[in-house]
Ligand binder design. Structure first.
Ligand code: SF4
Length: 124
């Protein structure tokens, strides 16, 4: 199957074309640097996305969080459920890890802002 993706490695936005069969890349062209080749190989075989979401916080505004890097696209629903079920003691500082190794991906979830107080974050 022919696939086309736009590289997001830099503003050049090279259009990369590939022939992919059963998750294997048979041929690929259009990238103009090694970074583009690495990006395209990952995107075409094991795509990842960073997650940004909120955790409800009893007695305070929701805490915004994000994954420290991309997680496999197929694991996003599972990761979201785990993040929303996380319980973290406040206060929380921006950049603090609130969930380690979400769903065995090896990726931590970090706070993207400070929240002060002594409530317990809950979800549901
Ligand atoms: S292939 Fe290289 S030059 Fe082209 S968009 Fe990607 S990073 Fe930029």
């Amino acid at each position: 199957m022919k696939r086309e993706i736009t590289c997001i490695g830099c503003p050049m936005g090279c259009l990369i074309s590939a022939e992919v069969e059963n998750g294997s890349i048979l041929s690929m062209s259009g990238y103009t640097c090694p970074r583009g080749e690495i990006y395209a190989k990952q995107e075409l075989t094991t795509p990842e996305r960073a997650i940004t979401t909120l955790i409800r916080c009893a007695g305070a505004t929701p805490l915004s969080v994000k994954t420290a890097s991309g997680v496999p696209k197929a694991k996003i629903p599972e990761c979201l459920a785990a993040i929303h079920a996380a319980k973290v003691t406040l206060p929380v500082k921006e950049g603090q890890v609130v969930l380690h190794n979400v769903c065995g991906t090896g990726v931590d979830v970090v706070a993207t802002r400070d929240i002060s107080g002594s409530w317990l974050m809950v979800s549901g």
